[in-house]
Design a protein around this ligand. Structure first.
Ligand SMILES: [Zn+2]
Length: 445
């Protein structure tokens, strides 16, 4: 799934075969810039149509006479956030399930992601056939909202995870092969539909359902690699992480939450270059809104809520039950955070995702902002967390056309009123979201 930037070649071909067309040139001037890898100081960003033409100190960037100039003095510019683990179309109101997979709902959720600065969303499974049409429509442009990548259905376990009954899933959302050959066939079918990545659900949900058998994991992973696709695996426990890493999976798609990671896992991940997406917010979402009812009057949060969630979070009885059941989720957040810190310190590659959209309480856009805070709380610096969420996630997904503010890459960026590298919560202070060279939304709340 190496997605090389074809832009220079594309532009050359265009120039050779069509009459010259005026470019739209915009110069963003005066902002302090974090480019997705490092802070580069005050810079001019010259945008030509949907990509960055040049970026650097004002003295180094020539702004052509016809360019529109946008004064961003006092602001901070960072790349648009990239979620490598979300879902779309699987929730509506306060409910979860496959019946919510409609074009309108998916597009609404993608617009919400973009408004919160998440300009690329990877739907890591649960996508029925409609996913491919919607992805195509989003790519053509004009729908608004985050760019959509995804795994299509993803590969789960017969009578296992993802659990059909509690999640109200239907058969069009997940493939559940019984044999290695069926797993290979499922992957070949996904490759024909040009999925962006392959998703496997391995977890046995605390021993309550069968785990994905190791020979299925290996067959699916081998076939995916033969088709040029990367593989991300849903795990929960250390033992599952060990198995998927050993099987050659490219991305551990959730944090290890049952016990501390050990030296063997760290060594294997480092040696194989396996990526790790902690998704800390997945468990925090079970109690955060009950812990902090005052969030309901915070405009930054309120904008992310639909009427169903607003009613649920305001219901004292719901709140009482959520707090009663919160202990295990709090414990999992703590273990996940310690493991993130250990893996990051050991040099394991960390991506960014939250599982937003898989259930109704994992709220598109807001979840990503919480995840950044939780990563910093775990011990990463704000700059390290921002790196995971921009250049890191792009590298995890093999995207060479975005994630870093560099010439030739998409002009997907956030204009902020304050510096998130000084305090990660400043990433809330969105002044504007730009996507492919256009300002698409403003302040949140
Ligand atoms: Zn997920």
């Amino acid at each position: 799934m190496a997605r090389r930037s074809l832009l220079p070649l594309g532009l050359a071909a265009f120039a050779a075969t069509r009459p010259a067309r005026a470019e739209t040139l915009v110069a963003l001037e005066g902002a302090e810039v974090f480019d997705g890898e490092r802070r580069i100081g005050r810079a001019t960003i010259l945008v030509a149509d949907d990509v960055i033409r040049a970026i650097g100190p004002a003295a180094s960037v020539t702004v052509p006479a016809g360019a529109r100039r946008v004064d961003l003095a006092g602001r901070v510019v960072v790349p648009g956030l990239i979620s490598a683990h979300s879902h779309v179309g699987n929730s509506g109101g306060a409910e979860t399930g496959g019946r919510f997979y409609t074009r309108e709902n998916v597009l609404d959720q993608l617009r919400q992601f973009a408004a919160y600065g998440v300009t690329t969303v990877t739907a890591l499974g649960l996508g029925p056939a409609a996913f491919f049409d919607i992805r195509e429509e989003v790519r053509r442009g004009g729908t608004g909202g985050a760019d959509l990548l995804g795994a299509g259905m993803g590969v789960g376990v017969p009578d296992g995870t993802p659990p059909a009954a509690p999640m109200n899933l239907n058969d069009s959302q997940v493939a559940r092969p019984n044999t290695p050959e069926e797993a290979r066939e499922a992957i070949r079918m996904m490759a024909r539909r040009r999925v962006d990545i392959v998703k496997l659900w391995v977890d046995d949900l605390g021993g309550t359902v069968p785990m994905m058998r190791p020979e299925i994991i290996v067959a699916a992973t081998e076939e995916a690699h033969a088709q040029g696709l990367r593989v991300a695996a849903h795990i929960h426990d250390l033992e599952q992480a060990r198995i998927v890493v050993q099987s050659g999976v490219d991305v551990v798609a959730h944090g290890v939450r049952d016990m501390p990671v050990d030296a063997a896992l760290i060594a294997a991940m480092r040696q194989r270059g396996t990526w790790y997406i902690p998704t800390i917010q997945i468990n925090e979402a079970n109690y955060l809104y009950a812990d902090r009812p005052e969030l309901l009057s915070d405009p930054f949060f309120a904008r992310a809520l639909n009427a169903g969630l607003r009613a649920q979070f305001g219901d004292p009885e719901w709140r009482r039950k959520a707090l009663e059941a919160a202990a295990s989720s709090r414990q999992e957040v703590a273990v996940n955070q310690r493991n993130l810190k250990a893996l990051h310190a050991a040099g394991v590659r960390i991506g960014f995702g939250t599982d937003s959209g898989a259930t109704a309480n994992r709220i598109p856009g807001f979840a990503e902002h919480r995840e950044l805070e939780l990563m910093v709380e775990a011990g990463l610096t704000p700059e390290e967390a921002m790196r995971c969420a921009t250049g890191g996630s792009a590298a995890l997904l093999g995207l060479e056309d975005r994630g870093l503010l560099r010439p030739g890459r998409r002009a997907d960026l956030l204009v902020l009123d304050a510096d998130p590298l000084a305090d990660i919560r400043n990433v809330h202070r969105v002044r504007a979201v730009w996507q492919r060279g256009r300002e698409v939304s403003g302040a949140i709340g």
